[in-house]
Design a protein. Structure first.
Ligand SMILES: [Zn+2]
Length: 408
């Protein structure tokens, strides 16, 4: 089997705990997947990734699965080079599961002078302005060369906000492209670099439900994709600036329509309490650049201390979006979190770890005072240590949810 999904427990809320079995190993779900854009989770070496995060019982299992971005690896170093190096796992020396996106999101968000036709997208590289063309077939061809365990269909990412008609037109194109992606994948999946080495296993291609912020279009998209029968389904086009209630509603409406026995993946979310909430609703996989990107800006996630809800609402310590998340979390009585800015003077002589409840290698060893010094002095180690802690915070959050769901 190239993919097997076994659900061991399901809660009344819809959340489930399970195991996703992939060619490069097993993944306990629900899972948060760190983003390794250019075949690297920025600033964190692979052996360290293998030691971040715990399992349901608090045993260190490390990062279970990471993402890489097709658009970036296609442009540099090139997918054919990665294929010649044995695929992305061997190239980056990461023998655990991986997932690649289709490149669509970056084509639509990073590149210039895009021209979309029914056939595909012509775009210019954000690196050197060179001209390229991605069709569903080419995106899948590139993803087969990279060889992640899970590949994604190529879809159009509609700008937001978009009208119902514009969203519906785009969705129609996305469905046609999903069918073409699948057709190409089925004909070429044996070309993955590790096909023989792993006993004839192949990658798995997931479909992506679109439909913007319109429940009726989400329904149509989910039904259409389920007819095409993918081994897993992503919910795309969310967390693009819409209010959180809308994100939640679109996820809830879509989950109802997706097969319960297949993995469900929400792309590009979110804050710690969001990933927790969506996991409890029945989302099995999520990814987001937030923990690593925030870390490189000196912003560290940690659990809130008793009575701290008031202090985090101060406008000088936290941005508007954090206030919203923290407040909504405390309203519903969930354990909340704080994003601290390690640059602040108040940490200059603070002997405590970032988070007294965190058991990560950074919190076990270093003080806030030292981390502040490193960051203020622009030492590269600051970015690594900050990233390790934030990733641990996310992975441990999911481990906690998995443990709770396993008891359901
Ligand atoms: Zn920590």
């Amino acid at each position: 089997m190239s993919l097997a999904f076994e659900i061991s427990a399901a809660a009344a809320s819809g959340g489930r705990s399970g195991v996703l079995r992939l060619p490069h190993g097993d993944v306990q779900t629900p899972v948060f997947m760190p983003v390794g854009t250019q075949a690297t989770v920025k600033t964190v070496p692979q052996d360290v990734l293998e030691r971040i995060g715990t399992d349901d019982a608090g045993v260190e299992i490390g990062t279970q699965i990471i993402l890489a971005n097709t658009y970036h690896l296609y442009l540099r170093p090139g997918h054919e080079l990665v294929r010649r190096m044995g695929g992305v796992h061997r190239f980056m020396s990461w023998q655990r599961p991986m997932l690649t996106d289709s490149g669509g999101f970056q084509v639509f968000s990073l590149s210039q002078l895009r021209k979309v036709t029914d056939d595909g997208v012509e775009f210019r590289s954000h690196l050197d302005g060179s001209k390229h063309f991605f069709s569903p077939e080419h995106s899948v061809e590139v993803q087969i060369a990279l060889g992640a365990d899970i590949a994604m269909v190529f879809d159009e990412c509609v700008e937001t906000p978009a009208t119902w008609q514009r969203t519906r037109d785009s969705m129609g194109l996305t469905h046609a492209w999903a069918a073409r992606s699948k057709q190409y994948f089925d004909a070429h999946k044996h070309e993955v670099p590790w096909h023989a080495e792993l006993g004839g296993k192949t990658q798995s291609l997931f479909g992506i439900v679109q439909g913007g912020m319109y429940a009726d279009l989400r329904r149509e998209s989910a039904e259409r994709l389920v007819e095409m029968d993918f081994p897993g389904y992503a919910i795309g086009g969310l967390a693009v600036g819409e209010p959180r209630e809308v994100t939640r509603e679109m996820i809830a409406r879509t989950l109802e329509l997706l097969p319960k026995d297949k993995p469900r993946y929400v792309m590009g979310v979110g804050y710690p309490d969001e990933i927790e909430e969506y996991a409890r609703m029945g989302v099995d996989m999520m990814d987001c650049v937030l923990p690593t990107r925030a870390a490189r800006h000196g912003l560290l996630f940690r659990s809130a201390e008793v009575g701290e809800e008031l202090s985090i609402a101060k406008p000088d310590t936290v941005e508007a979006s954090d206030q919203a998340s923290a407040e909504s979390a405390s309203e519903t009585g969930r354990k909340t979190w704080v994003r601290m800015n390690i640059k602040r003077t108040e940490y200059a002589e603070d002997q405590r770890p970032i988070d007294e409840r965190c058991s990560c290698m950074v919190c076990k060893r270093y003080t806030r005072a030292y981390l502040r010094h490193l960051f203020v002095a622009k030492e590269p180690l600051a970015l690594t240590l900050n990233s390790i802690h934030n990733l641990s915070f996310y992975l441990d959050t999911m481990a906690r949810v998995r443990a709770e769901l396993a008891k359901a």
